[in-house]
Design a protein around this ligand. Structure first.
Ligand SMILES: Nc1nc2c(c(=O)[nH]1)N[C@H]1C(S)=C(S)[C@@H](COP(=O)(O)OP(=O)(O)OC[C@H]3O[C@@H](n4cnc5c(=O)[nH]c(N)nc54)[C@H](O)[C@@H]3O)O[C@H]1N2
Ligand SMILES: Nc1nc2c(c(=O)[nH]1)N[C@H]1C(S)=C(S)[C@@H](COP(=O)(O)OP(=O)(O)OC[C@H]3O[C@@H](n4cnc5c(=O)[nH]c(N)nc54)[C@H](O)[C@@H]3O)O[C@H]1N2
Ligand code: SF4
Ligand SMILES: [Mo]
Length: 732
């Protein structure tokens, strides 16, 4: 129990936070230096890329006497362009968080009761290997599932594949981008990527449906959006809440939540009816315009106005504006698009509009991905063929290779089609990422074995049988990030300092485990630096240049826009954009998006909405001493009229009771005109229940716990989560 603080210590620390995190956590004195002193100090700079979210901004760590004193954006890196967001700057808080996992731990009590003893790496890894061996014998290696997100994936995915399991689950697919990936795949044959290839900096018009840029803080994307605002591009923001982006918009469309499809179909109706589409573009690059004619007649602005609670005039005006500014219209596809289980079709409705306006491959619309290619890396040892097929697709035809976390969870619970008995979890906090945490907890109970590789004692981690402490991204090598935008970007991550405490890099953990499992042939290098150097050699990249500059750009020989000799490439069956999808039709899905009404709240209910704070990433930064000081507790946004009706005022604390009678409290009210009357809103990631997180424990309320209901998208198997309703109860 050494490295977990006791309840009493915890209270002491949390009581002391007001006095400043540096004091409370007894941080090294250099943390007390002023900004001027840090700037003046002689130090060395180590190039890396950020892992505070997944935008992978290039950064430099300034190191003075073995302490990282500052993080700076890398000006050469297209994702940061020299600017790290608040969370990126807050990376130091993660590195020096006193609550970090400091040594391998082995569970001594019941699963979930938080009793652990410290162990050596050798003992902990031997135990993991033994348990993995037993799982393979008892149920077959496919009974182990990997749950992962971020750079941990590149180490543990190979390990689990070598071991013989095809089951890899990523909440960043099934609870995030999955529907969009599927929709682009079906419609254009390729994804819009990360970074999304929106040419906002050159757009004459930007349309955001829910994408709350400015709170959603991907550095270069927000910079592009800012440039669009500076260029006086017309900005349309569709959001039930007056978001930061809405504050910059020409049009704020406070839509009734869950009705965006009606708006999209009405816009499509208007564009078709008035022949505002780009006929020559469609002739050259799209299939299915004829099939669309007549299918949208019913979706008039007057009809949509009733569904969306917007005025017909504003629907018409914004459609006209799109037509006028096309093709320089950046109609954002959204990123976190798991809303209501009709998400692939809503994403398709957006892509169809992008196509009608001729934006794909055009300046100010969607630029083309770089066609730059790297020579292939030498083939490693072939992975064994799993004895049983992956669960992941689970009957959802476009589930993506590694996606359906809920299918893996369901199989853990039901044992069908075969039992999942072991979870290997790294870089994801399942209890804060998957809907219906009760189901997740029940699944965890069924497990023979749970191992977690993490940096922090999160709600999920404290259920593990063995906890393996990974060092932070500032203390390790990771794989070279390959990012495709206008050019191909290769970024390196290298340790600024040695791992603190008894933590280890993910690559080391995977390699050591492979040794114990007799799978070391899959990790044929001694150190990761050696592997990176070999990769660069194969790619003909100057490793020293990469180490020094942090990023090497492989320019796009072709243009980013459609031009003679530079046509767009659509990897669909017809080699065109498939407005009308025969592929979906063959599978008995609607070949064109159509309207299916979502359930709406009862008179005394509110739809539960959630989103981002600019200074936090999901649940993972809530305990970060630097970022927690900026934003320590989420609030519940509520419109003044329902507030008055309920006798509630700004600053009151309330409990929330959802449609399944799950009650969670307290959360402080923010009574504001900036939200519609039929919904409430909170920042995701709060209300954490691990007592080991001294700053995050029980602060605010967890949206997750109130998301007991979800709707699975039948096409992608992803989980729509904005289908929960809450009632408010005043708390003392
Ligand atoms: N209710 C609700 N649910 C959501 C969302 C929402 O808005 N509301 N958002 C959804 C979206 S968009 C996504 S992408 C997913 C994301 O969900 P997750 O993938 O679970 O979230 P992350 O914050 O990426 O992962 C957090 C875990 O990574 C650990 N970690 C941080 N750094 C490291 C490291 O260097 N190494 C290792 N090994 N671990 C590390 C953290 O301590 C934490 O345990 O959640 C989805 N779920
Ligand atoms: N600071 C920060 N930035 C991040 C992240 C982070 O954790 N922190 N995570 C990153 C990741 S992985 C992702 S996927 C993205 C997610 O970021 P986005 O894709 O931008 O956001 P969402 O979480 O989908 O949506 C939140 C917004 O949708 C609005 N909304 C709710 N219901 C509806 C509706 O029915 N219709 C419409 N039109 N709007 C609605 C909410 O009011 C809120 O403004 O953010 C990325 N950027
Ligand atoms: S957007 Fe912010 S948190 Fe994400 S990688 Fe860039 S600096 Fe880091
Ligand atoms: Mo996401």
């Amino acid at each position: 129990m050494k490295n977990f603080c006791s309840r009493r210590q915890f209270l002491k620390i949390s009581g002391a936070t007001a006095a400043g995190w540096a004091m409370a956590s007894a941080l090294p004195p250099w943390q007390m230096l002023s900004a001027a002193e840090i700037a003046a100090a002689e130090g060395r700079y180590v190039a890396t890329y950020c892992e505070m979210c997944f935008w992978k901004c290039g950064a430099f760590a300034k190191v003075v006497a073995d302490k990282v004193v500052k993080l700076e954006g890398n000006f050469l890196h297209p994702h940061s362009r020299g600017v790290l967001c608040g969370r990126g700057n807050g990376g130091l808080g993660l590195l020096y968080d006193p609550d970090r996992l400091k040594a391998p731990l082995i569970r001594t009590g019941e699963r979930g009761d938080g009793k652990y003893r410290e162990a050596s790496w050798d003992e902990a890894l031997s135990l993991v290997a033994e348990k993995m061996g037993k799982l393979a014998t008892d149920y077959g290696p496919e009974s182990l599932a990997l749950f992962t997100h971020g750079s941990a994936t590149s180490h543990f995915f190979p390990l689990v594949k070598a071991y013989g399991s095809p089951n890899v689950a990523m909440p960043s697919f099934a609870q995030c981008r999955g529907p969009r990936v599927a929709a682009y795949d079906i419609t254009t044959g390729s994804d819009i990527g990360s970074p999304e290839r929106l040419d906002m900096a050159n757009s004459k018009m930007v349309v955001l449906l829910g994408s709350h840029l400015g709170e959603n803080m991907h550095s270069s994307q927000v910079q592009d959006f800012t440039q669009a605002i500076g260029n006086r591009a017309k900005i349309v923001v569709v959001d039930p809440r007056f978001s930061t982006a809405a504050g910059k918009a020409d049009y704020w469309l406070p839509i009734r939540p869950g009705t965006d499809m009606a708006l999209l179909l009405a816009w499509t109706h208007l564009i078709l009816k008035n022949h505002w589409y780009d006929a020559a573009y469609l002739e050259a690059y799209a299939n299915g315009l004829e099939e669309m004619i007549g299918q949208y007649d019913e979706y008039t602005p007057e009809w949509a106005a009733k569904e969306t609670d917007l005025s017909p005039a504003v629907i018409i005006e914004t459609a006209q504006l799109m037509a006028k500014n096309a093709p320089a219209v950046a109609l954002h596809p959204g990123r976190h698009v798991t809303w209501d289980g009709q998400d692939v079709q809503r994403s398709r409705a957006i892509i169809i509009l992008q196509a009608l306006l001729g934006t794909w491959g055009r300046k100010g619309g969607i630029y083309l991905a770089s066609k730059a290619k790297l020579p292939p890396l030498p083939a490693g040892k072939a992975y064994p063929k799993p004895g049983r097929p992956a669960l992941n697709r689970g009957g959802y035809p476009f589930a993506g290779g590694e996606g359906v976390t809920n299918v893996v969870r369901a199989s853990t619970l039901s044992g069908q089609p075969y039992p999942i008995k072991g979870w290997f979890v790294s870089g994801t906090n399942l209890l804060a990422a998957l809907p219906n945490p009760d189901e997740t907890r029940a699944a965890i109970k069924q497990l023979d074995f749970l191992v977690a590789v993490d940096m922090m004692p999160t709600d999920t981690v404290v259920h593990a049988d063995v906890i393996l402490p990974e060092c932070s991204y500032l203390e390790r090598h990771d794989s070279i990030a390959q990012l495709r935008g206008r050019d191909l970007r290769l970024s390196i991550r290298q340790p600024a300092i040695e791992p603190l405490y008894n933590s280890k890099p993910g690559w080391w953990i995977a390699k050591e485990l492979s040794r114990k499992l007799g799978l070391e042939a899959y990790f044929p290098w001694q150190t990761y630096a050696e592997k990176l150097e070999e990769d660069c050699l194969a790619w003909d990249i100057d490793f020293d240049e990469l180490k020094e500059k942090g990023v090497v750009l492989i320019p796009n020989s072709e243009n980013a826009y459609i031009a003679p000799g530079n046509p767009p490439v659509f990897k669909t069956a017809s080699k065109k954009i498939e407005l009308y999808s025969e592929e979906l039709e063959l599978l008995d899905f609607d070949p064109l998006p159509r309207y299916v009404r979502n359930e709406q709240p009862q008179a005394d209910e509110f739809r539960l909405l959630y989103g981002r704070s600019p200074v936090h990433t999901f649940s993972r930064t809530v305990n970060n001493p630097v970022l927690n000081e900026l934003f320590s507790e989420n609030e519940l946004w509520l419109n003044p009229r329902p507030a008055a009706k309920l006798g509630l005022k700004n600053g009151d604390y309330v409990a929330l009771v959802n449609q399944d009678h799950i009650k969670k409290g307290h959360i402080r009210l923010k009574v504001t005109e900036r939200i519609r009357e039929d919904c409430v809103y909170m920042v995701h990631g709060f209300g954490l229940q691990s007592e080991r997180l001294s700053k995050a424990f029980n602060r605010g309320v967890s949206d997750q716990e109130l998301i007991s209901k979800y709707v699975v998208d039948p096409i992608a198997g992803t989980t729509g989560m904005r289908v929960n309703f809450v009632r408010l109860q005043k708390e003392a």
